[in-house]
Ligand binder design. Sequence first.
Ligand code: 13P
Length: 251
Amino acid sequence: MRRPFIAGNWKMNTDSNSGPELVKGIAAGLTDIDSVDVAVIPPFVYIPAAVEAAASSKIAVGAQDMYFEDKGAFTGEISTAMLKDVGCSYVLCGHSERRHVIGETDELINKKVIAAISGGLLPILCVGELLEEREAGKTDEVNERQVKAGFAGLSADKAAAVTIAYEPVWAIGTGVTATPDQAQEVHAKIRKLVAELYDENLASQMRIQYGGSAKPGNAAELMSQPDIDGLLVGGASLKAEDFLGIINASA
Ligand code: 13P
């Protein structure tokens, strides 16, 4: 069985006070919940404080991005080893804001996924179509391309480290959530694709999160879908009460 995995992507939010406070608030509410994996994903500079605040709790910490090189003259970039060094276990690769605001390509994202796994981090590979792509009937084509490119060159044993996050771009930060049926349809197709790329066994074990305006009020219905194994939460992960509501609804 796939264990539910709820992750909070803080994006470019919080500060040195509110970040640790948020982690402590989540940790306090998690004491009775054992059936869900939980992670917070702060901005780089607040990762060490989040790791400290999460100590002796069930909360893992992730990073929102990384660079694929080990070290050297890459001004502004952060390596896998640096993230491991400060206590990260997960890293987002190819979040839609990095694809569409910063301009990351499938090829770059693939290099990050490969480097993350080689360095011992668990990548969360984000995929998802834009509104115009959905309206043009290209949803499957876009997600298939992004998943295939993300896994390019990865053996099955390495691919097993990946979580996929399906985040339809039109549902991110808009308050418009994909309906459970819409999300399930894409998740099932992504799982089928993973089975084609690797095998049924790997596909049946791979966790696929949904992201896009997830909140306490829609989490249970989304999580009740057979191929939705977790949620990647933006806005609603910035309040402990809301994030805990989502976790509880997924437990
Ligand atoms: P929202 O939950 O704010 O829509 O953000 C989703 C997201 O992009 C998580 O990575």
